[in-house]
Design a binder for this molecule. Sequence first.
Ligand code: GLC
Length: 633
Amino acid sequence: MKKAGISHLSLLCLILISLLFVSCQSQVPEQAQAIKGFKAFDAKAKEILSQMTLDEKIGQMTQPEQDKVLGNAGDMQKYFIGSVLSGGDSDPTKDNSLIEWTNLYDRVQEEALKTRLMIPALYGIDAVHGHSNVLGAVMFPHNIALGCTRDPELVERIGRITAKEMRATGIHWTFAPAVTVPQDIRWGRTYEGFSEDPEIVKVLGKAMVMGLQGTDLSDPLSVVACAKHYAGDGGTEATKAPRPGFPGGDIVRMWLDQGDTKVDEATLRRIHLPGYITAIEAGVGTIMPSYSTWNGERCSGSKRLLTEILKEELGFDGFLISDYNAIRQINPMNIKESIMISINAGMDMAMEPGGYREFFDTLKTLVEEGSVPVARIDDAVTRILRVKLAMGLMDESKTHKADRALHNEFGSPEHRAVAREAVRKSVVLLKNDNKMLPLSKTGARIHVAGKNADNIGNQCGGWTIRWQGQTGDVTPGGTTVLSAVKQAVSKETEVTYSLDGTGAEGAAFGIAVVGEEPYAEGVGDKEDLSLDAQDIATINNLKNAGIPVVVIVISGRPMIVNDILPQADAIVAAFLPGTEGQGITDVLFGDFNPTGKLSFSWPRSNAELPMNINMPKEKYNPLFPIGFGLSYN
Ligand code: GLC
């Protein structure tokens, strides 16, 4: 059959279409090009691997806590350590200042580079709402508040700033974002989740990874992210029993943290996997398996989860980092078996804060006796080296010292402005009778009260300077709600304060700032989410002064407010806003019209918990549904 000749016109059209396609491709936003995976570094990784002894390979898979390994002179070299972490409270010896963290990072790299192959260390830390271990860092709102913004562009900017403040200390790996989907707000880690809705988690989790990692991991202002805790950490069932191995373990109490998630695989995929799928799309370098169990099996030892689903089906090509001593929970009576199960299931690096020597020696024995195949070791080390290569860590031209020039921007007004914007956009207006809000800036007197009114530590919550956070002046540079009110109002307006709400008579209105004090992880597991007696008394004292009262709830989760609902003319949920309290007064005084929408369902009572949108619709009857939020117009 005669081949149809291509006319000059058709050829021209073809060329134009091709050029158009190419130009569109090149216009693909830079971010979209981040999704390239780590296998691109395999050739170089395997070249390095071929030079490594078994000891050097196992050293890359071993992650001690910095203070423990540095406390044993020579151990960084003896065990060929390839990574360290600062877990909660694993701080510089002198203090948590920017300079001390920076000196610590430089020292760790100095020690790591004394090994034969001079492979730099990966230094991991929980920078989960800003570089939150460092004094003076900008502490952003925790994820529960960011979930109320529904703003991925903002979350990406927050990730970028967090990465920059981290790199000011040199530290280049954060164990964030948590892409957990908490289903029961009695869990102490609820606030680490963006939402109970996986559709919100998958969008904001991806945005945070993109912000932290940028479009090129070798960018000196990027850090490696870690999606956690895989999988179903937020779906555990409440247990009322002694909690073995934990403080007060013999006391019968309700707990959820590190418990059992009893769901079929379809439900696990629907609720708990979406955040990992989008994190992998964003090119996340590391993923942390959960302490919890899935239908009775420790996630840290599940080949179905770690290898079959995550690595083979979803194509994750970075590396898995265990949680803190989590491998040992597989079989607490037999550490050797636990290590064998976990590594063979697909774990690549072991977070062994103090037991790193035992881990190293045991894994070496397991390989030598054939219980752990060398091929599994080589896969794990290849994955770790891929990420180090992608970060440019193996570039000999680099000094591997922190870039101290970045100290000038650490905690800067520009960074704080973004955090204040995040607070503004995360505040949720739940009640506003008689349009009490926005407040006037020119009233004669405003009376502020409550335990969370003048308390940066309570505003920041857990994972702030200390693992558990700390009430009071935990970090400099922030603004409490009380300070923010004083800065917001006119010079003629008097602002008075009392912890318990007394002395408010004659004020134009009262502001009660109540809620929770800091906690982290299982310490925050709580059966009764009612406001405490102190807060209720504070609100009543204000109300008894005969003035309108706005209640601001600063907490790691929705709380039961039924006891104060009638007394509160207005209620604002601020969750854990971090250091920039002015974001709250921007809304209170009308400089910003509230746009926040609840990222978790707000229950009526303790009795109806757990309450979330994934439960049967006929049972879903919250006080305020997920997505609720009033505005001023
Ligand atoms: C903790 C947490 C995990 C954290 C790790 C290191 O126990 O479960 O989220 O990243 O240990 O601090």
